[in-house]
Design a protein around this ligand. Sequence first.
Ligand code: ATP
Ligand code: MG
Length: 576
Amino acid sequence: MSTLFLRTLRDDPADAEVPSHKLLVRGGYVRRAAPGVYTWLPLGLRVLKAIENVVREEMDAIGAQEILLPALLPRDPYETTGRWTEYGDALFRLKDRKGADMLLGPTHEELFANLVKGEYSSYKDLPVILYQIQTKYRDEERPRAGILRGREFVMKDAYSFDLDDDGLKVSYQAHREAYQRLFARLGVKYVIVAATSGAMGGSASEEFLAESEVGEDTFVRCLESGYAANVEAVITPAPEPIPFDGLPVATTYDTGDTPTIDTLVAWANDALDGEFTGADTLKNVLVKVREPGGDWELLGVGVPGDREVDFKRLEASVEPAEVELLTEADFAANPFLVKGYIGPKGLQDNGVRYLVDPRVVDGTSWITGADEPGKHVVNLVAGRDFTPDGTIEAAEVRDGDPSPDGKGPLVSAKGIEIGHIFQLGQKYTDAFEVDVLGESGKPVRLTMGSYGVGVSRLVAVIAEQCHDDKGLRWPREVAPFAVHLVIANKDDAAVTGAGELAEDLDAAGVSVLLDDRKASPGVKFKDAELLGMPTVVVVGRGYANGTIEIRDRFTGETTEVAVDSAVDAIVAATRG
Ligand code: ATP
Ligand code: MG
């Protein structure tokens, strides 16, 4: 440590909010170069490489073959699939000296599909799984928590190519199991949840979410059935339609100053003498959406009034279109939008696309806006008095909501996405016409899967799940060093003995971080706790009496052992 390129910090960095970010910076694992762009220092790089190796071993074990594509890419293939535009502001675009457009790869489906097309031509070559561990670039809107959400980050991305859907399912399952093994080896606590496919396109997909309160993803699970999904992927169970017969006619009322759901419900309970709640009202939220390369268009979203629109769910539902809330100027430009009193009729009369929550089935009656200040309509029946343009998953999902599989209530928790597996199908192989000659002599279009692991993000995720108030506590599989050997005794014999012990451990295959600095034992112990090697060995006062101390950073347990048997005892300790 006296020569190691490492400076630990006493204070948390000013820009850090989450524990992993604070500890990785204080411990000298990473340093910020620009927002969302980080330098890996010696200790951090060792953790990163250790994670890469676990990922690599588990990928190799399913027969995946490692290659390395460039990060600097031509525009053309991304133009072919539309992602040059669809990726929006998150794509780092640049021009070369001749003026040709290029980009920094955010993910590589296009390139892999092209590569396989170029190399393979017969069904006999398939299936194949290729992967890389590579630096990706995304100009994230909100880079966050250090390396947790970077603009430059390391991802393992794998791609499977199969002749048919059955083959794709096998490749998908192989990845799913490889991910279960690798996350278990890394000591990460995670759940597998149903996911939306986002900008990737394609159908079946699942995310691996590390459980963490600082996570940006919310997922729900049903403890009874084991159903688990990212909230963005939760499908609202639609109730049975209700026959129209005997439903009262729709009537418009003067409701006074009732622009909010609460004021409207209070009015209804008073004026209609009923027991109404927000769930009896239909709230119409106006947003604007823009398809890639298109213009902004208004969209009305109707949800039961007791629920908020969850913007992330809305975003996921309209992807790849962008969505924004309306500005005052938008309202001014569309005077038929009477704030607080917007109803289905006004929207549809003015050609605004109108999508509703799946609970708004035919025959349900609603209290909703009548498109005039101070007016609402009661008993407006879906399918009879208005017909929406379709349904949309945009309403918030709440604890206690019924599970889509009909088995009990949902509970929510936060997570950080560490892996994502997709059955893409033929989106990319269609775009590039990736065909091989089939067994029957006819061309067969390949079907594809893509599978990501957030390698650099995992450094932060593990730090997040494995720390205490004193510092990091690395699981053995990823710790930069197995042993942190602290010299806490200035006597020459102790210093020499510690050096010899370090060499013996090294020879026994145990990696050692030797604290030979001229600093006080107190400073050294604090750093050992901050840096978080799983085993701390102290050559201290006891050395004169022939003993050293072994501390377990995880359990806090301390044992004294004789110097003579120290190597064996330490080797045993590092085997956990
Ligand atoms: P997120 O929803 O967190 O933005 P994503 O769904 O866009 O992630 P994918 O395209 O599925 O990410 O990428 C595969 C993996 O790469 C993710 O599961 C995640 O672990 C990691 N990853 C994605 N974006 C970042 C980032 N900005 N910084 C670090 N890791 C990332
Ligand atoms: Mg993802």
